[in-house]
Every structure is written in structure tokens, then in C-alpha cells.
Design a protein. Structure first.
Length: 141
């Protein structure tokens, strides 16, 4: 990891940021964002965006992952809200249900890859947050 590290925003810019900061505080959790690269993040990206390594730490453990910042906010470090609102907070279920819910074809390798990523993210969220905390996090959207 290279570049700038932060331990979250020091002030909330709006009610959404405040809700995310308050949530992390109530969970005794922290978020760190380290600049990783400027590159295309999603397979269909046409433009480069800032990519960060996010480290969420709770009393139950740590989860680190890459986060592609919004192209419109490319010069800004992601806020707690930016990250928490994008995390998988609901069990994706079985592959067939996932495809039906999100409009993917069941014979698509791309859909299977996305499903596995979503399932892995959800597994990590349930590993470091309690069911009650995940329910609270679901309010951050």
C-alpha cells in the first residue's frame, strides 16, 4: 500500500456522513483509507478513478479490501459513508436467486464472478460485525 492513510473524517459534512461516523463509533470500529492507485476499477470503466485500500477494524477483527472512489469524487478521500453505503449488508442467497434479483443470466461467467465477490464481502462483514450491528448498518444507504 502506498500513499495517504486516514482514520476517517474528523467532521461530518452532512447527516449521511454523521450517521456513518456515529455507527462506527457505536461499534468501537475504525476505518482507514490508503491510496492505492489511479486506474480503471470496474471491468467496464472508461475512465480511471482513485482506488483505495480500506481497512475496517472492529473488536471482532479486521477486513481490508479495494474500494474504487466515484469518478466524480476522484480527488476526494472516501468518507465513512462512501464506503459503508456500498458494502454488502444482506445475504446474497443462492446464485440463482442472486441472478434473478439483479437481472443476471445464470450461465454468465461474469455474473458468477460478481456473485462470488458479493458473497465473500458479505462473509467478511458478518465476520467483523454482529447481526445487530449489520442491521444498523443497513440503515446507512
Amino acid at each position: 500500500m502506498a500513499g495517504l492513510g486516514i482514520s476517517g473524517a474528523t467532521t461530518a459534512n452532512n447527516e449521511y456522513d454523521k450517521a456513518a461516523i456515529d455507527f462506527l463509533s457505536s461499534c468501537n470500529a475504525t476505518m482507514q483509507a490508503n491510496f492505492f492507485a489511479r486506474d480503471k476499477y470496474f471491468p467496464d470503466d472508461k475512465e480511471e478513478r482513485s482506488i483505495y485500500i480500506i481497512i475496517l477494524t472492529t473488536p471482532k477483527g479486521k477486513y481490508d479490501f479495494k474500494f474504487g472512489q466515484s469518478i466524480s469524487n476522484a480527488a476526494m478521500i472516501p468518507t465513512e459513508y462512501d464506503v459503508l453505503s456500498c458494502l454488502t449488508k444482506y445475504n446474497p442467497g443462492e446464485f440463482e436467486d442472486f441472478c434473478s434479483e439483479y437481472g443476471y443470466e445464470e450461465d454468465s461467467r461474469a455474473a458468477e464472478k460478481i456473485y462470488k465477490s458479493v458473497k465473500d464481502e458479505y462473509k467478511n462483514i458478518t465476520r467483523i460485525f454482529t447481526p445487530e450491528q449489520i442491521e444498523q448498518m443497513q440503515e446507512i444507504q
